[in-house]
Design a binder for this molecule. Sequence first.
Ligand code: AMP
Length: 546
Amino acid sequence: MQGLMQEWPLLCSKIIDYAARQHPRREIVSRSIEGPIVRTTYAEARSRALKVAQRLERDGYRRGDRIGTLAWNTARHLEAWYGIMGMGGVYHTLNPRLFPDQIAWIMNHAEDKCLFVDLTFVPLVEKIAPKVPSLNKVIILTDAAHMPDTKLPAVPYEEWLAEADGDYEWVDLDEHEAAGMCYTSGTTGDPKGVVYSHRSNVLHALIAVQPDAMGLSSRDTILPVVPMFHANAWGLAQSAPMVGAKMVMPGAKMDGASIYELLDTEKATCSGAVPTVWLMLLQYLEETGKKLPYLKKVVIGGSACPRAMTRKFRDDYDVDVIHAWGMTEMSPLGTLGTMKPEYASLTGEDQLDIKVKQGYPPFGVEMKVTDDEDLERPWDGKTFGRLKVRGPAVSRAYYGGAGKEQFDEAGWFDTGDVAHIDQYGYMQITDRAKDVIKSGGEWISTIDLENLAVGHPDVAEAAVIGVRHARWDERPLLVVVRKAGRNPSKAEILGFMEGKIAKWWMPDDVVFVDDIPHTATGKIQKTTLRDRFKDYQLPTEEAGAA
Ligand code: AMP
């Protein structure tokens, strides 16, 4: 027997329709690339998105065409996404922090035909465009008055848009059709294309807004610092309009002072960003003595959120940190560290013991850890394994069929992360599978060691890599960037770590460096770091081998 309920395809156009209908005057505030703060509303964003769709069609773009965006978080970028999706196109976010050749490679792989670009990136596009034969139009997200002098086949967005009247109906799509694309920032091998469908984007937004996930509502003011070009902006471009939350878009400026200014003047209640952004904000707050009276919670992910950061937000600013883990391939949310009743009454350091974990999956994400034979490992909070996931907003393949080995027949996607899960379902990432240190047949978590080291008051950043060891195969080397004006010794740092971890986990040496290399999405680039230290000889090597 069949159910008798309606077909209501899960299309992204329905999100912006809903926001415009139910929350028409809710604002989207942007720090424009030209400089001033610009205010618009969901009603206006929808009517401009309709024009984007109409105008793209008039230019000859069709359902399924990939349309690139190389832009910061602004209302214009948001309108462009909804316009592209609404005419059946596929928004393809490009990360400007990649090398020009990598961007060109990705655009060629996706066969982008048209590109929306911020003023900031015009010189970058001038380098890339000659290498991308499929690209025939560049729409610069500005008006005629601010148009740069360029030989690109470029038009100013505002004037281009003004040629449409917005008398347009969203294309009637199948919910399984592609809505967006984002290439993963893999540190090795070619980037791989993740293709979101309308259905997965809508379901992901529904998953994200749940009270025990991001917990968003129309009473929230959300400041997505996480760029739209990084892992689908953690779904915020869909989940904020889905609940009618006010949005504050930071544009090109993500330094502490600029983010603080927007948090304060717009009274943001909630924000999301990678740890490095929060580090800059916390530093700014410390220097200026300013407070965060409106901010209630920050979602921190992309890389592990250090315990000291969660403590500072909680104890000094009364802001709740929700540690989250995810991947581009998961749209991207996987787990969030909200509190189940089993943990809700914890306080002080006991609470932080849970908050350093990456949390548990909301409805819509299944998760397990397995050993090398693919057998499931126990949920005891200590047995590591490969983390595998599945769900309606998780990739089932990469574009063009790359990386087949990461997907199995039962629908599990191998994340490449190593983690354990505790008795209440809370997952903790201990490493990337390729970074974990294998010492004497046992595994050492580099992330645990890094988190511990950055807890030292004189340490700005820390990275741990495995270096060759005659007896133990690999031993941990701690690489440290000192805080400006501080000069901790090796012994002080090791002394700080001692007793807080198993003895055999203690780094064999500490080296001080001026900088630690990062990937385009802000993660520590361990491959480069391992390369730098490939000839490094541990002082303990001889003792160990003896
Ligand atoms: P991306 O697709 O660029 O967002 O990268 C996803 C990867 O980032 C994951 O597979 C993890 O290795 C890492 N990652 C994301 N969030 C966290 C987190 N909260 N803690 C540790 N690693 C994380």
